[in-house]
Design a protein around this ligand. Structure first.
Ligand code: AMP
Length: 126
């Protein structure tokens, strides 16, 4: 089954300028903004400007330019926040929820960047 993109989701409204956001970085293909309910001192959401629902949708259907830009923006945010282990930072976690089992709240692909405190192990027991 192909993905159907719901253009009434909250990130689509942010991209259209219908609701505000706390922008961290913006390029031609990518927007990054602070999460409205931060779960760590650094909690940034990176989203493509195109209509993609999940990571697999984005990776399969976006152009190479969109995919490269998305990841370069994420890397620039990590560098600017001083959290890259290779630069002496304490580290960070990227994650992306897709669908029901992952409890994806917003059906527009986004990568969370979390940092600024010990983040624990990857998953808690269900
Ligand atoms: P997910 O469960 O991965 O879909 O996460 C969606 C994230 O979007 C949550 O961490 C929310 O706090 C965040 N969020 C929802 N609405 C907004 C908004 N208007 N501005 C910024 N972040 C938002």
């Amino acid at each position: 089954m192909a993905y159907a993109y719901d253009d009434q989701n909250i990130f689509a409204k942010i991209l259209r300028g219908e609701i505000p956001n706390d922008t961290v970085m913006e390029t031609e293909h990518t927007l990054a903004f602070n999460d409205i309910r931060p779960q760590a001192p650094v909690h940034v959401l990176v989203i493509p400007k195109g209509p993609y629902v999940t990571f697999d949708h984005f990776a399969a259907e976006a152009s190479a330019e969109e995919i490269a830009d998305f990841h370069r923006v994420a890397a620039r945010i990590v560098a600017a926040a001083g959290i890259a282990p290779g630069e002496g930072g304490a580290g960070y976690r990227t994650l992306s929820n897709a669908g029901m089992d992952a409890v994806q709240e917003v059906p527009h692909y986004h990568m969370h960047i979390l940092a600024g405190r010990p983040l624990g192990r990857m998953l808690q027991p269900a």
